[in-house]
Design a protein around this ligand. Structure first.
Ligand SMILES: *Cc1c(COP(=O)(O)O)cnc(C)c1O
Length: 499
């Protein structure tokens, strides 16, 4: 029987919905779009604080099995025994890796984990008759989600300064915990910090906060530097979120779905988000914080597979290698660029920050120019201007080979010589390959090339690019303008509304 559409007006009228009428054409169209996107298939994505690591095929396979993908989150539990076994085991493993006593897999992102963890802390304070404890200390280096989550969870944010090594300023912390002693609810701390260093004082910091009645929330987004080596519970933290879409291999380029479980100490276990539809059963639980008991359950098999296949020894080696790779980059690039933060022993953690502010003063070249130029060299730019403006934060992870890491270092060293040429006056300050990056195919092959550098330098600055070149499809755009103005290539909303 042919069903008759209820709608009588035409729909999906945008040309793209009508243009590709055969499977062949549709596949080509989709592939054209995909080829404009730089992914890990093309090269390294050294985004600091994002942990862009290999999402292995073997880890991803079970996601498509109907036993995992076609089951409703609220089926009677006797129908989801396999799922329950998997989530129980994953919770146990995450407890073992963090040193905590209970885990909730419910939060769908790290930020939601922060929110859940802080609600748990509030609920615990309330249960102790201390609902006045609503001050949350957050160091200046924190990820933007930290203060946002704290405010959403009903805390008042008080910021704590950082020292020259990128660590929490212990002096300032002491002043703040004294000042807010009776209202202190929590400290949020990222370890290793977003400045890319292991805080040597982490234990004393946790102690300080506990002495004043507060709880310690450890932002575990950087757990890639800890798994198998050390455990947040051992430093004295009370709650910690993990980003399964960073450390535990769930793909996350381009948005969700993510998984940001929280792990907590035994005294907080009764307050974990409820897994039951009827919250009244677990009276102290904070209720649900997402609409399914195990959040993005269908992608949990990825992390399960990763942990199961790596084993304890493999996980430890991965963390060690991630730290080694970051330190290799920091020391290889140090003769050319300033490494902003290092621990007193001269080492970084699993990521490092390069500082370009002096270069900007001398040459006018900005960190954006370097990021755009890296596209010409066949790399995704590292994290720009976060957590410090005018810097790049590089995180290679354990997944990148020494060969690719060296290729990245070569690109950065070559960019350094391009900067030197500007500094010495050999190259024009505005008409140069950095300022005019990235170079698209149409620019490089246009009939008139009126730039003072060669086409080869523009598009093939590294020798091996002659064999394998990723072409940026758009040249320099005004980032800030684009961020503030929604630009749509289809019909305007007004036109659609009028129809
Ligand atoms: C990524 C990250 C977060 C937030 O995690 P989401 O899953 O993106 O919400 C929080 N803190 C730090 C340090 C991070 O790197």
């Amino acid at each position: 029987m042919r069903s008759v559409p209820l709608r009588n007006k035409p729909w999906l009228n945008t040309p793209v919905f009508k243009k590709y009428r055969s499977e062949m054409e549709l596949i080509r169209y989709i592939q054209t779009l995909a080829s404009r996107d730089f992914s890990l298939i093309n090269g390294m994505i050294p985004l600091g604080s994002c942990t862009m690591k290999l999402n292995a095929t073997s880890q991803l396979l079970p996601v498509s099995w109907k036993e995992f993908s076609s089951i409703h989150p609220f089926v009677p539990t006797q129908q989801s025994q396999g799922y329950i076994a998997l989530t129980n085991q994953l919770e146990d493993w995450l407890c073992a890796l963090t040193g905590f006593k209970g885990v909730s897999l419910q939060p769908n992102a790290g930020s939601q984990g922060e929110f859940a963890g802080l609600l748990v802390i509030r609920a615990w304070h309330q249960s102790c008759g201390q609902s006045n404890r609503n001050v949350c200390l957050i160091p200046k280096s924190a990820h933007g989600t930290n203060p946002a989550s704290a405010v959403m969870a009903g805390f008042r944010v008080v910021s704590v300064a950082c020292d020259q090594y990128g660590n929490i300023d212990f002096q300032d912390l002491s002043v703040k915990v004294e000042k807010y002693s009776s209202q202190l609810g929590a400290l949020m701390i990222t370890y290793p910090s977003t400045h890319g260093v292991f805080e040597p004082n982490i234990k004393q910091i946790c102690e300080q906060v506990h002495n004043h009645g507060g709880q310690v929330y450890l932002d575990g987004a950087n757990l890639n530097a800890q798994v198998g080596l050390c455990r947040p519970a051992a430093f004295g933290a009370d709650v910690c979120h993990l980003n399964l879409h960073k450390t535990f291999c769930i793909p996350h380029g381009g948005g969700g779905p993510g998984v940001g479980p929280i792990a907590v100490s035994s005294h907080l276990v009764p307050f974990l988000p409820s897994k039951k539809i009827d919250c009244s059963i677990e009276s102290s639980a904070i209720g649900s914080i997402s609409s399914a008991p195990f959040g993005s359950a269908s992608i949990l098999p990825i992390s399960w597979m990763y942990i199961r296949m790596m084993g304890a020894e493999g996980l430890r080696k991965a963390s060690a290698l991630a730290i080694l790779s970051a330190n290799f980059i920091a020391s290889r690039l140090e003769p050319y660029y300033k490494v902003l933060f290092k621990a007193p022993n001269g080492k970084v953690a699993h990521e490092c920050i390069l500082d370009f502010r002096d270069i900007k003063k001398k040459t006018g070249i900005e960190v954006d120019d370097i990021a755009k130029r890296l596209m010409d060299y066949g790399f995704h730019a590292p994290t720009i201007s976060w957590p410090v403006a005018g810097t790049l934060m590089i995180e290679p992870t354990e997944s990148e080979s020494l060969e690719e890491i060296n290729r990245f270092c070569l690109a950065m060293i070559s960019i350094h010589s391009e900067i030197k040429a500007i500094e010495s006056g050999r190259t024009d300050v505005s008409n140069n390959p950095l300022r005019l990056a990235p170079h698209t195919m149409s620019i490089v092959t246009s009939e008139n090339w009126d730039r003072p550098y060669s086409r080869k330098q523009a598009a093939f600055p590294l020798e091996d690019q002659l064999k394998n070149k990723f072409w940026p499809s758009v040249s320099r755009i005004d980032n800030a303008f684009g961020d503030r103005n929604l630009i749509c290539s289809c019909r305007t909303v007004e036109e659609i509304a009028e129809e």
